[in-house]
Design a protein around this ligand. Sequence first.
Ligand code: ACO
Length: 427
Amino acid sequence: MPDAVLRYGDKELTLPVHTGTHGDAAIDISKLRAELGLVTLDSGLGNTAEGEGSISFIDGEAGLLSYRGYPIEQLAEHASFLEVAYLLQYGELPTPTELEAYEESVRRHTLIREDMKHLFEAFPHNAHPMQILASAVSALATYYPDALNPLDEEAVDISARRLIAKTPTMVAWSYKYRVSQPYIYPDNTHDYASNFLKMMFSVPAEEYTPDPVVAKALNLLLVLHADHGQNCSSSAVRLVGSSHSNIFSSVAAGIHALAGPLHGGANQAVLEMLEDLHQNGTSVETAVKRAKDKNDPFRLMGFGHRVYKNFDPRARILKKQADEVLDALGIDDPLLDLARELEEVALNDDYFVERKLYPNVDFYSGIIYRAIGFPADMFTVLFAIGRLPGWISQFRELLADPATRIFRPRQLYVGPATRDYVPLDQR
Ligand code: ACO
């Protein structure tokens, strides 16, 4: 790609253009301030590539997503979550021996320290699961002080395995505390998804066999959420990691970022919106009309995306999967019909067409989580379990890159000009 040239006043600066695998071009503006005294303004960082990356690729115009080059549709159909976790972190699909060894090492770390029970018990019963999860992930760092150095690859690797192994246990135990049921210990004879289902939904008094249909659906959901470029939470992880904070603190920051309703928190918000429409008998036409009204704060949750200006490929897979799971479980959920109707009306409405607003991953995921039996306020926690390998891979990529510097963006100051302090008694 030819360089770009920027003319400002009587100066001219040549800016190198970097090209990505798929021909995307990025102007390197790192010399801009030093040479021309300028910084860039980019609200929401929508036009800023923080660096180069090779973990996942999104073509928002075409509605494509791939992990390390593998299309999401193929991984969704064939791969297990731990296989994807391996692929994202180490860059290649594991061989059978590598996968077996990786699964075995994750299995060995599923237990959490018994003392951690007190952490869950310190929260009110109605605490939001995302707040608890962020605290628990942060607390994990205190149990492993010898494996916190972000520049020690071996330490990061063991911490990454611990995070992936222990998070489902922490999530399930915080849920058990909330519903006043005994904690269920991990059963390492199960696969990742089935083990989590057992810790969540079994009780010691009864036999429990995880339903393979449900385990398969959960595995798929985890795979679909595993990474997604430089989104808000991955950027939070990278930002915190750039100061050489440890991986637990960095991932905890990602969890907090994910919790917001404009990001991962949307899956809970979608379900609440559908429930609300259903309970109040609000027509989808009224909902769409409200979403278009700029004086009304109501938005169609689960619609729109900063990058996708075409169908989110994950939503396409989940729409089909929602049907299959509900059928297999014999559930007839009126919210699924409502979601389909809402999508149909919105996609034929000029407002949504012009703005290229399509359903995103959160639009159908909640309906499947609900069919499995998860309460709505746990939906974003499930997203977080899925996103762990992505956050970890982003952290590892950043720390392994010698070009990484602490993130320190500029800001254009538009506040008061310099003025003198006025003593309190003279104000
Ligand atoms: N309902 C109604 N209008 C919408 C919606 C929506 N869900 N989403 C965007 N718009 C409108 C905006 O009002 C704006 O209209 P305007 O140009 O007339 O002002 C236009 O579409 C562009 O929207 P922005 O908010 O500027 O787009 P941005 O890229 O900043 O935000 C976001 C993207 C946050 C996802 C937004 O579409 C949204 O709020 N969606 C609902 C929440 C949601 O589903 N979030 C999950 C995202 S996926 C994820 O994080 C996993």
